[in-house]
Design a protein around this ligand. Structure first.
Ligand SMILES: [Zn+2]
Length: 66
């Protein structure tokens, strides 16, 4: 492959990944992605999962942080 084309693709990839990360950070800052703490082990767990990824406690036992 032409090294110039490869470099251009790498730049595009970096821009794409950077954009994804930036939008994720923006959502976190606006609080759209809520992080809750597991009542059993106290670790941060995503609401996207039904169970705590650390100790397996059911998600419906969890409360939002005050
Ligand atoms: Zn847990």
């Amino acid at each position: 492959m032409d090294p110039l084309v490869r470099d251009a693709l790498e730049v595009l990839l970096v821009i794409a990944v950077g954009g994804i990360l930036w939008s994720a950070i923006g959502r976190l800052r606006r609080g759209e992605v809520s992080v809750v703490r597991c009542p059993s082990c106290g670790r941060a767990v995503s609401r996207a999962y039904e169970r705590c990824g650390h100790c397996g406690a059911a998600m419906d036992q969890m409360d939002r942080p005050q």
